[in-house]
Design a protein around this ligand. Sequence first.
Ligand code: GUN
Ligand code: ZN
Length: 455
Amino acid sequence: MATQVHRGSVLHFPTASSAPEKHYEYFSDGVLVVESGIITHLGDAKAFFAAPHNQALQAQGKVTTHSGLLIPGLIDSHVHFPQVEVIASYGTQLLDWLNTYTFPAEAQFAKQAYADAQAEFFIDQLFAHGTTTASVYATVHPQSVDAFFSAAERVNARMICGKVMMDRHCPNNLSDTPESGYRDSKALIERWHNQGRALYAITPRFAPTSSPEQLALAGKLANEHPDTFIQTHISENRSEIAWVSELFPDSQDYLAVYEQYDLVRDRALFGHGIHLSEREFDALAAKGAAIAFCPSSNLFLGSGLFPYHQAKQRGIGVSIASDVGGGTSLSLFSNQADAYKILQMQGVSLNPFESLYLCTQGAALSMGLEHKIGNLNPGTEADFIELDLNAFPMLAQRTARCNTLAEQLFALITLGDERVIERTYVHGKSVYQKEMKLCGHNSTNGLRSLSNGFM
Ligand code: GUN
Ligand code: ZN
């Protein structure tokens, strides 16, 4: 069996915790042993190499020494792969932003070749940003899901994805029907769910773009396939919420629409949840559903400040997500920096250990995947990254002044972005190294002629 030993400083959260700053595991000189893509040992390096049979591994060239910090691969619990190209689009809030930028971009994914190329680009970019698992919205086109899972399968990455179900209030070329949405999603579940590391998410976009008939069929599908994920949006924007109450006048609130159609359960990931009522938070907690907190998107689209403490108090699973293209960076470090600022606006300072937990073990727990990803416990899949705490001069200078791991981590979160990702490993294999792409696919985008600006 091919054994690989990674030596360096190591940080992770081995268990579920409401106080991750007390329950992290850190080795200043640690070893992570990987066999056939699975972590088989994590511990102190000196103790490990004291054993004679382990000493031999060094001479056999099986030890890689890392100068950076090893942590689990990051988990982005809410991101739209067809929206990468509309990131940083000016001047709108949610509903106008969808119509102006997002729907036209998603329409291009009707073409298989386009979807294939963007899927490859997106997965490469995830790895370059330190993300090894994501819960991904494709488009309404089933072939966009095939494109995504095929690209993920080539690098053996654990990914969650689903075809957007959307049968109203959207352009005709992006609309399915209740029946076709159900049929296509079911075929995709049968083709991809639990194939290798792929996991399927039933994906009604959000209540306004699905008819009651479509939501009913989405719920039927969820009941027929109880181990699939569900992903959708909720309570992101005030105009969206007002629209939902017009469209569903008999529902007491936004979550009640999803509850009515059996779409609130464990492995259901709700994006945003900024303006939820006490009742809605209580119901999410009671049903074991989770929230994807999307800091950069919430700021960029002017959506609001997620009341993290409301979710935490109730024990709701929360993770930090990019929500690109509403979000402004695929980096979960940039998004953590925005999360900190959002909580500061509410009088709370997010502890840096807790922040990192929300992108690793906390995210995995909220998905029920902690036995596979999100930590470095023996028996889990070997998805991990190396971080460079001296990646650029401003960070290096700040890191040099730090006296504690907490301070170092906070500087990394506040100043960091994709530049801090030195190396990314998926299922034990190196898939990205800074300034050297190991599984690269070339992007062909050049400059296009420019029309009038917006300002
Ligand atoms: N609500 C419905 N669709 C979307 C989307 O694509 N992005 C965001 N941020 N919110 C949504
Ligand atoms: Zn979203």
